[in-house]
Design a protein around this ligand. Structure first.
Ligand SMILES: [Cu+2]
Length: 349
């Protein structure tokens, strides 16, 4: 009974949609501008197209469900066992060509029409012809954080993707080239685009074209080890002017002679440099996130904790406390040394 199974899943889908809306309404104003990562509140083209397509399928399946369930209920009531029945089976009817034809052709036509729509939607998601104003970003999935490169702008950062808002009149989509450093991850920002696996040795692609500024949260969507749940991603959608400002800030070198020299020297003498890069210093490690503009990010450890002075100290002292199993060791520094190093990092705006 494939139609019934479809109907069941669409009912589940509608139920989930409803619960998400109710939960959204109950939870009140979300913490400031970060919107709930719901696939039912798309703000960017691939997600909008997928949302519309999903509702079309739900509507078609809903009609089928109502028809089938209605007929079933009708038959149950109309032909139920009544008091005046003699209990004998009514005459059975075998073979009706019009009926056979109807329940073969109607599902066939339905599936055929839906597949035509699917093909069109898949084509649209590929976006073969790119508008002139597109921006490339390379995303590298690591256990358990995201490395981000802007090849045209010469920017490297982590866990926070900044993109310009896209005006439908002159679209500015961002094309993401997805790679993995270790295992399979999955890149997913529910409000902006569908999920896309991030596979070692392969380059997958996804694009976003956000129509509204704001902060949209995403999450690795393929189990990738113990800290999979703490592999969050933020997408900050800026006005064009703000995006330029952000990009210029990132291109700048944050280290200067005026940087807290003691903390900087200690950082450079510690094994931190074999895993982290700070542009403008000899630190050029690639194992962990680029720290050149650490303080321009809102979180530490891919969303594990808020990025402030106290948390920075606590993280350096014991990253494992916040992300058990994390690939950054506690370096066994004295409290005073941690203060110095954190003091230096806190200047990297
Ligand atoms: Cu992952």
């Amino acid at each position: 009974m494939p139609r019934l199974r479809l109907a069941e899943s669409s009912l589940l889908f509608v139920g989930l949609a409803f619960c998400t809306r109710v939960a959204g309404a109950l939870s009140g104003p979300a913490q400031a501008p970060i919107s709930t990562p719901s696939i039912f509140a798309p703000v960017s083209r691939p997600a909008v197209v997928i949302d519309a397509y999903a509702w079309l399928v739900v509507a078609v399946c809903g009609v089928i469900f109502v028809l089938v369930a209605g007929l079933l209920c009708f038959a149950l009531l109309r032909f139920r066992l009544r008091g005046d029945d003699d209990g004998r089976e009514p005459p059975q009817v075998y073979g009706s060509n019009p009926l056979e034809l109807a329940w073969t052709l109607i599902p066939l036509i339905t599936v055929f029409l839906l597949s035509l729509v699917s093909i069109r939607v898949v084509g649209e998601l590929q976006l073969e012809t790119r508008p002139p104003d597109w921006m490339p970003v390379t995303v590298v999935g690591h256990q358990w954080w995201w490395e981000l490169h802007y090849p045209e702008l010469g920017i490297t950062t982590a866990n926070e993707l900044h993109v310009p808002v896209s005006d439908p009149a002159s679209p500015r989509p961002t094309f993401l080239n997805l790679q993995s450093q270790d295992v399979i991850h999955s890149f997913w920002i529910p409000q902006l685009a569908g999920k896309m696996d991030v596979v070692p040795g392969r380059q997958n692609h996804v694009w976003v074209e956000p129509a509204r500024t704001g902060v949209y949260v995403g999450q690795c969507a393929e189990y990738c080890g113990t800290q999979h749940a703490n592999m969050l991603l933020r997408v900050v959608v800026h006005t064009p002017e703000d995006f330029e400002r952000w990009a210029r800030g990132q291109q700048r070198q944050a280290v200067s002679e005026a940087s807290v020299a003691e903390g900087r020297d200690l950082f450079l003498r510690t094994a931190c440099v074999s895993c982290h890069t700070v542009r403008g210093t000899p630190a050029a490690g690639r194992v962990g996130p680029d720290l050149t503009h650490l303080m321009s990010r809102a979180t530490l450890g891919a969303g594990a904790l808020r990025n402030d002075a106290a948390n920075l100290n606590a993280w350096i002292q014991s990253p494992d406390h916040f992300k058990p199993g994390v690939h950054m060791p506690a370096m066994g520094l004295q409290d005073a040394e941690i203060n110095l190093v954190a003091g230096f990092l806190a200047t990297l705006k």
